[in-house]
Design a protein around this ligand. Structure first.
Ligand SMILES: [Fe+2]
Ligand SMILES: [Fe+2]
Length: 188
């Protein structure tokens, strides 16, 4: 599938705001990919489809996660998490993308996980720092992303965890594990 077709396939599933975000993630992901050993066209496809399921009903997304026997914490730790695993499923079933690297990057783009692949890291970080994102800490994370992707991901995870704690919300365990792992294994 070429870029034009991919964008045409995703557009009806997104709001205008989310489509602009998707284009930002695509551009940022391609920039991050320059320094990594990854296939650029796969990075672009993963970025374009990463939020494919964002506007599906919560019931549909919960049903998919249950039927696939995926970690039920995707359901119990907050509705924001549903669209990532559900998106990986729907992109495979409805769009016909079977590539495991792409599907896994979509699956983990919201929570992150321990030992992410280069493709997973790129999509996770691009989703966090793309130019339309505006929240405290994003500029520092953008600057770090130009120097060290792992340190930038650690900053993004720390910001997310801090945000959740301040709002008295639970932290998805894999997010915490990813933060711990990077804190123990990166400098800066
Ligand atoms: Fe997302
Ligand atoms: Fe996104």
């Amino acid at each position: 599938m070429d870029r034009k077709e991919a964008l045409e396939r995703v557009k009806p599933h997104l709001t205008e705001h989310r489509y602009v975000h998707t284009l930002g993630v695509r551009d940022t992901a391609l920039k991050l990919a320059e320094k990594e050993d990854v296939e650029k066209d796969k990075v672009e496809t993963a970025a374009i489809f990463h939020d494919y399921a964002k506007f599906r009903s919560k019931e549909e997304m919960r049903r998919i996660i249950e039927a696939e026997n995926w970690n039920e914490q995707f359901i119990t730790y907050g509705d924001e998490l549903l669209h990532a695993p559900a998106g990986a499923y729907l992109v495979e079933k409805e769009v016909g993308i079977k590539d495991e690297e792409i599907l896994s990057a979509i699956f983990w783009h919201t929570t992150g996980k321990v030992d992410m692949s280069p493709m997973e890291k790129i999509i996770f970080l691009a989703d966090y720092i793309e130019p339309n994102r505006k929240f405290p800490g994003v500029e520092e994370t953008r600057e770090e992303a130009e120097k060290d992707m792992d340190c930038a991901i650690k900053m993004a995870l720390r910001n997310t965890i801090t945000f959740l704690l301040k709002k008295n919300q639970p932290v998805f365990p894999e997010t915490l594990f990813a933060y711990n792992h990077l804190t123990l294994n990166t400098n800066g």
